[in-house]
Design a protein around this ligand. Sequence first.
Ligand code: ADP
Length: 461
Amino acid sequence: PEKSEKLTSLLNVLHDEFLLSDETVDRIVADFHEEMRQGLAKHDSMGKKTGPLAMIPSYVTSRPNGKETGSYLALDLGGTNLRVCQITLNGDSTFSITQQKFTIPAEAKEATLFDWIAQSVELFLDEHNLATDDASNPIPCGFTFSFPIDQTGIAKGKLIMWNKGFAVPNAVDRDIVSLTQSAFSRRFLNVKIVAIINDTIGSLMASAYSHSNSQMGIIFGTGTNACYWEKTKNITKWTKEEIERFPEEMIINMEWGAFDNKLAVLPFTPYDNKLNRKSHNHGLQVFEKMISGMYLGEVIRNVLLWLVDRRVLFGGRSSEVLNEGYSLDTSYVSIAVADETPQLSEIKNLIEGTLNIPDTTLTDRIVFKYACNLVGARAKRLSGAAMCAVLLWRPELLEKDVTVGIDGSMFQFYPGFADSLMEEAKRILGPERASRVKLILAKDGSGFGAAIVAMTASKKL
Ligand code: ADP
């Protein structure tokens, strides 16, 4: 009984640390608006520990209507794979896709990336009989490039920095489209990159092809980020002449994973601090570190070890696996949260089989699930708050139905994620406005969205 009292009081401490009050959530929404305002007014906050949201103009200014037709090539370069796709728009809000996935070899990440991309595209074109010799009629291609770039046009952007283990020399500060296009020329590939976008824009455009009222794209995957349609005149970091060169609306890539890097409002706990200090990007992407798939399991691992150290979990014993950083993958968290069996047997398999901790008690498993739910619930609420902040930014849009296109494993697989976003929407936006918000899974948005942007961009060429 003494032991269970100790456990209860420690769980209460955790509960209070991870609890998000309505007041805090409301302050987060207000601070989001302040950072959005500042980011639209100021250049150069990408990768900074103190600046506001980067709010990067995407140069994407056309909305698809689902009636477009044609075939386009799309490249999607993520952290581990390159996907090459040929996408045919059918004109009735549907599309067909042929795609091939190439795992990026280490030497490409460190040296030969652009030639390796060209080689992969050549293999794809040969295999699917798509190569053409008509130099006056190159295949239009959209490129989803998920690294930070300083964009100056729809097909122009200089690399700001590499991340995710990439280190190709002579690329930082250079135009990514020219580097890729030159590699295509060296292989005489008849492909022209007409647009470069990131994955959030892909989700928004993919969603827009079937839902013309799509206003926002979000990724809840390895990392998290979002984009939305902004009035071009609100991009106050631009001169009047720059603003006038473009149509009335443009998609803004928010880079919201960096929200509140200065930690003015996010309730960072010691478990978050531990993760942040040990990470390769200490002090950066702090919002992302509280919610995305790459980090969620690691925060929970820190919580579990704190309980083990206080001898109220697993009899005070950890394992080599659990001691290893990032060993608790977020997919395990989804399994634990979904386990409704009376003896929590899924969790038993996970802890005893995967984490290699023998002989768990039912109490151990209940505590494990409790920790997962606590950190997971915070992630879901923060995600909902961020989404609502953006929807509220343009309240006039909420007078009609709006669609949000979302992709990523957290949204797709974490139990109750979409419901939780909607619950937060009801509280923050009010039930009436929330009832007009529709969330859709923009699956394969990165490739499909790039093809749509390629379509709209090549129409203008
Ligand atoms: P990416 O964002 O890299 O395009 P995903 O959307 O698939 O890819 O996200 C991968 C991330 O999602 C990884 O960090 C992984 O740990 C996490 N993840 C994978 N499966 C699940 C799941 N079932 N539930 C929650 N998170 C998951």
